[in-house]
Design a protein around this ligand. Sequence first.
Ligand code: ADP
Length: 606
Amino acid sequence: MDVRRRSTMDTPATKARSGPMKVKVVDHENDVVVVGAKASDALPLPLYLTNAVFFTLFFSVVYFLLTRWREKIRTSTPLHVVDLSEIVAIVAFVASFIYLLGFFGIDFVQSLILRPSNDVWAADDEEEHERLILKDDARKVPCGAGLDCSPIPQIAPVAAAPKAVAQKVFDKEVVLSTPCDFTTQPLTEEDEEVVKSVVAGTIPSYSLESKLGDCKRAAAIRREALQRITGKSLTGLPLEGFDYESILGQCCEMPVGYVQIPVGIAGPLMLDGREFSVPMATTEGCLVASTNRGCKAINLSGGATSVLLRDGMTRAPCVRFNSAKRAAELKFYLEDPNNYDTLSTVFNRSSRFGRLQTIKCAIAGKNLYMRFTCSTGDAMGMNMVSKGVQNVLDFLQNDFPDMDVIGISGNYCSDKKPAAVNWIEGRGKSVVCEAVIKGDVVQKVLKTNVASLCELNMLKNLTGSAMAGALGGFNAHASNIVSAIYIATGQDPAQNVESSHCITMMEPINDGKDLHVSVTMPSIEVGTVGGGTQLASQSACLNLLGVKGANREAPGSNARLLATVVAGSVLAGELSLMSAISAGQLVKSHMKYNRSSKDVSAVASA
Ligand code: ADP
């Protein structure tokens, strides 16, 4: 979303109330501990004593003044006639009052002003709307194609079991979980020796896996060595509870732990007549709640429809000749339909799933860029297409021996960089997704109206983005949804760059009563095999969507379905955020869901 997380305002009152907690910053270079200064440090007495003094003073002078004034009333002395002791008491009263007001009052007033209302995303109190929501929430548990909907076997509670250990059964496997156990096993003497060698540089850190033959042990040793070398603690970065074998040679080198990202569920999303619970890995408050609201609006309006327009991964090597003429000759050769069969036979040798579709060439002087597009089954396909391209390059070298291969990727592909070629030609899956949102749903769920939404879309997503010189960024926050689903389902998050290309269109229909909304996304790069998709957590999220692994009956259909779910979720996200902006709810909702209540000033490196 547009509004980023903000820290809690650290008022003098909250600071003072936090009492003895101090901000500690360890300066490892100088080996000194710097304790951050606080406003209360300026007080001559400890904070609790100062508070006690002012409290006592306040109530004493109040008592004193009331006694004196009662005396004056009894003796009929005018109230404004005051002696020195009364003047001193009044001054003390004002001083203690100001102190106590500063201490309690500011924080109280701030909490009243800044506390967001509870109805930011929730339904309003209208009866009819309540009914809609209740009906919506009464749906059965959503069921994706591959989701096992059989009842989860119940396990009788184990009476004597320790509270921290929970037993759950999923997919017939027993999982034992201990909440938040970040503790690492103590090192054995043998491991200690290896750590010392890594610290001394006699054993390279990268070779630990092959030397020890135990990925978990290698990670533990590398982690300890790293802490000693840098003098920085990795407490909080978990080591236990991860299968390090599963990433070896495939997903991550030199691991020292893993980062935890919460996964929220938006949905169910009704798309093409099926319901999907969409996993979103994010640390951005509001995002899942907002997408969920968009799903609700879509569902109440009968669901969304998607069409896959194209499916092909690209790779574009750069080759150089001695003349532009020779570069053009190769271009004509590659683009001649008569040569397609030969080239595709050569290309397709690399994989039973990679099938050459097109070759599109661009010339820059003597340099030729050849953009190969191929289908890749259920794989995202970067490796597959690269292997096919390598085959063709080797083959071409016979007929064009003067061809100098500069690089198998010449950036005309274009991978992980904003580029017009992806926006115009597409890369991966090109999907359009649409829905008709009923006028009353726009009003009751999205809390806005069709005309305002359409106007905002025109001025923000179309005109505003044009003014900004956007490239594929004609949307409100497609990348938010794309990234969250990519991380949850093991996609390459860096491909969020082009995968988030999206144009969001909104039009009034049915005499302005209802809203037609669509997202067109030409470059959704997803797979359900290969890369991070086979890791346990990511594969569980794919399973939830019913697209885990390879589809044996129709290779490629799992990845294509995932692409449509991405587009459908983006549609939901666009609807909700645009509505929030249109209704002026954005800041309010972020104050509720995206505002840390923790004292961030207490966080310092250790
Ligand atoms: P990518 O090409 O996305 O980088 P990989 O290089 O891991 O991914 O390729 C996917 C691998 O999975 C290939 O070895 C391929 O043969 C295998 N595979 C098995 N089933 C399928 C399928 N249905 N679609 C695509 N690849 C599949």
